[in-house]
Design a protein around this ligand. Structure first.
Ligand code: ADP
Ligand code: ZN
Length: 752
């Protein structure tokens, strides 16, 4: 018998293989097949029967490693849709839908690993004590304080390798009994170590009750937008829907969250209610553990999958509901092929399998909002916070008002804190400290503005591989590129003019943490950004400490804006709202509005109320103005108007075609040739409503030594983009030189 096999290769076709008669029964669609391909073996998926191809003798399938299909009919259909819509080969779509462990020929087995962990043994709350203990060992103090900011424990490897601490410093701390070092099994599921929380029992508000009623009577395949302000109790609505679908009707469900480690509270609430029915799919799992969870879902031992983007492919039968929490989050879009958006996949899957979809957000994406307005999605609204909580009052601190002379004075006096934190924000912080309340400070700076510049000639250290400036990091003191992770020592003199004054511009989270610690000597400060984690799980540990009241000020990047629910947080400060607002990207304002609204939403979730202070130099920008006024509708109106000329989504459908290569000229030529090719094609086969814009260098012109150009294709109808994209990727000739590559990003979330 002949079968068509989809292989994870960049080729838009399936391949025909022969299966022995004895195996023919098993060779059903959805079965994995190990096949010979150009002198090697590949693992593919059988997608159907095949006719005899002309002119070649099909090779034999090497083996069928599984007893039953690993891809159900439904998931196969979903992958076929994904392959077509995002213009990728079916085999690549299928590989994404399966757990990584199924990508190899061998049967997966869970792996157990151990790692060495350093943990603080002796607390040192008073500075005096600290000064004494570390009088002659400043290095030990630095390491001790770093450990503290990491939540009291961290992997030894992380400290010595990523943060470059000398092992002898750590040994010194251990010898003095200040820190202990032990072995720990890492392949344990972090959730099994977490306490099972008690389910909260709230009586739903009227608005919640209405939303639950409409969701539970939703039609098969219906998509709902649950637009609920921050703190309006969206999670309770999801949970009641799942209770109906999973417990009462015996169906299964998927809950998507932007990132598990950043939203442990949300996940805990689901675990509290549904216990071991839940499989939590997260990045801390090993491939083997992930495979175990996948099996549990496929065999129906667990019926709710909770996870980030890829959980949308959970092998559940009899699907009743899909929840997409914080649907506006850009992490739902995959950055590599297939460049799918989990929200769109969710909607397609639900429609095919007769499930209900809920997209939840306080700040829905414009795409979703327009669909809700047109009636394509059903709109549910939670206009107010639940319980006694009210939306916080938001005030703007106009940084332009700070007289230049004052800044100059501060600089002269070495008062660096004043350069980042205004008097208003500083006094609000000390007020919260006095009252024993918590504060959150958003410093969205990492990767943008903490760079080093020569005071005389203006030289800025750039990455040798990418066209962006290097970010200054302390502990260890290095310059780091946030695209390619290139790192180099800090220059003490300017390589261009030999000037000796290298000034630090902008302040990153690390410096602000230090300045805050100097100013508020008794405050317990925790920092959360990509550097404070020895594994992604460290985020959850920091958040647990905030929850337990062990942190007074939580300082961090946009990571701290997601779904946190801490009633004792009464102050949120945004150090610089303008970061990112001027990025050359049509979604820059939208992202800024979402971030400000979301982070503001962390304040005042308890009876004590809350206040938000936003420092900005563009208080009149509509993203800032509307966030301050809690005015989502006003923002949408203005933003939609701003995307008419030139047209951008959701006013038009968009694909971003990116050309990259190792030479600048080769890349530019390829982009130009492609544009000419596309124009010629459109002349020959006119597609009304389709336009090609560009070519132009990408806003970030070079990443990891590859030059980048792009072309935008806009269309009124999605089907035209599908057709044109496919035709282009299949036929446009890419010369075999300069490692030239073409990628197509459909419905891009960013154009950088
Ligand atoms: P959102 O996701 O909409 O920002 P959450 O789901 O996190 O809001 O809910 C905010 C808080 O309100 C949570 O602590 C939750 O337990 C609580 N809560 C939810 N519903 C109610 C209710 N009906 N009455 C009182 N408290 C509620
Ligand atoms: Zn770089």
């Amino acid at each position: 018998m002949l079968v068509a096999v989809a292989l994870p290769l960049p080729l838009f076709r399936t391949f025909t293989y022969e299966v022995d008669d004895a195996e023919a029964q098993r060779a059903r669609p959805g079965m994995r097949a190990v096949v010979p391909f150009r002198n090697r073996r590949e693992v593919g998926v059988i997608v159907g029967a095949s006719g005899l191809p002309a002119g070649v003798t099909p090779k034999r399938v090497h083996s069928l490693p599984d007893d039953a299909p690993v891809v159900s009919e439904e998931i196969l259909a979903l992958c076929q849709w994904m392959a077509e819509y995002y213009v990728v080969p079916l085999g690549i779509a299928l590989r994404t839908a399966l757990p990584a462990a199924l990508g190899s020929h061998t049967t997966p087995a869970p792996a157990r690993k151990t790692r060495r962990v350093a943990e603080i043994r002796r607390d040192m709350p008073s500075l005096l004590h600290r000064d004494r203990v570390f009088a002659r060992s400043p290095q030990q103090r630095a390491l001790f304080e770093l450990l503290e900011s990491l939540g009291g424990r961290a992997a030894v490897e992380h400290l010595t390798e990523r943060l470059s601490f000398s092992p002898s410093v750590l040994k010194g701390l251990a010898a003095r009994g200040i820190v202990s070092i032990s072995d720990e099994v890492v392949s344990r599921d972090p959730f099994s170590r977490r306490e099972a929380p008690k389910p909260a029992r709230h009586t739903p508000s009227d608005a919640q009750r209405e939303a639950i009623a409409r969701l539970t009577s939703g039609a098969a395949g219906e998509t709902f937008l649950l637009h609920g302000v921050t703190g309006s109790g969206k999670t309770l609505v999801y949970i009641e829907l799942l209770r109906r679908v999973v417990v009462e009707q015996g169906k299964s469900a998927i809950v998507l969250v932007p990132e598990i480690a950043l939203t442990p509270q949300t996940v805990d609430r689901f675990r509290a209610v549904f216990g071991d029915k839940i499989a939590v799919l997260h990045s801390a799992l090993s491939d083997g553990e992930r495979y175990d969870e996948w099996l549990a879902l496929r065999e129906g031992r667990k019926t709710i999958a909770v996870g980030a983007r890829s959980a949308i492919f959970a092998p559940l039968a009899n699907l009743g509901a899909i929840v997409v929490d914080e649907e506006h989050e850009s992490s739902y879009k995959q950055g590599e092929n297939p460049r799918y958006h989990a929200r769109e996949v969710a909607i397609v899957r639900a429609r095919a399998e007769g499930a209900v979809v809920v997209l939840g957000s306080a700040t829905p994406s414009l795409e979703t909002w327009v669909n809700a307005m047109s009636g394509k999605y059903s709109l549910l609204t939670l206009p107010e916070r639940v319980g006694e909580a009210r939306l916080p009052k938001i005030d703007v601190v106009d940084l332009r008002d700070a007289p230049v002379s004052k800044k100059f004075e501060a600089r002269e006096a070495g008062d660096w804190l004043r350069l980042v934190i205004s008097e208003e924000l500083e006094s609000a912080l000390s007020d919260r400290l006095r009252k024993g309340e918590q504060s959150i400070l958003l410093l969205n700076r990492r990767g943008y503005s903490s760079f080093v510049q020569c005071a005389s000639c203006g030289y800025v250290a750039n990455c040798p591989n990418c066209s962006i400036s290097l970010t200054h990091h302390r502990m260890p003191e290095r310059l780091v590129c946030h695209y390619c992770l290139h790192s180099e020592p800090l220059q003490t003199s300017c390589p261009q003019c030999k000037g000796t004054v290298m000034r630090q511009r902008g302040l990153g989270t690390q410096q602000v943490e230090r300045l805050l610690a100097d100013r508020f000597t008794t405050a317990r400060i925790a920092r959360m950004d990509v550097d404070t984690t020895s594994g992604k799980w460290a985020h959850a540990e920091i958040l647990d400490r905030v929850s337990a009241g062990e942190v007074d000020i939580l300082l961090g990047t946009q990571m701290i804006a997601k779904g946190l629910d801490f009633p004792n947080v009464t102050l949120v400060g945004v150090v610089d709202a303008d970061v990112g607002i001027n990025l050359p990207d049509f979604r820059a304002s939208e992202r800024c509005f979402q971030l400000l609204s979301q982070v503001a939403g962390r304040a005042g979730r308890g009876p004590k109320g809350g206040r938000v202070l936003i420092q900005t130099r563009v208080p009149d920008h509509h993203a800032v103005r509307c966030a301050v006024a809690h005015d989502f509708h006003g923002f949408v109106r203005q933003e939609l108007d701003g995307r008419v000329t030139p047209a951008y989504p959701p006013n038009v459908r968009l694909a971003n075609i990116v050309f990259s290569g190792t030479t600048e000229a080769g890349t530019a030529n390829l982009a130009t040739a492609a544009t000419t090719w596309l124009h010629a094609l459109l002349r020959k086969r006119p597609m009304p409503g389709v336009s090609v814009i560009g070519p132009a260098p990408c806003p970030v012109e070079r990443i990891k030594n590859r030059w980048r150009w792009h072309v935008l294709v806009k269309a009124e109808h999605p089907a035209e983009l599908t057709r044109l994209g496919r035709y282009f990727l299949e036929r446009f000739p890419v010369p075999k030189e300069a490692e030239l590559r073409v990628t197509l990003d459909r419905d891009p979330v960013a154009l950088l």
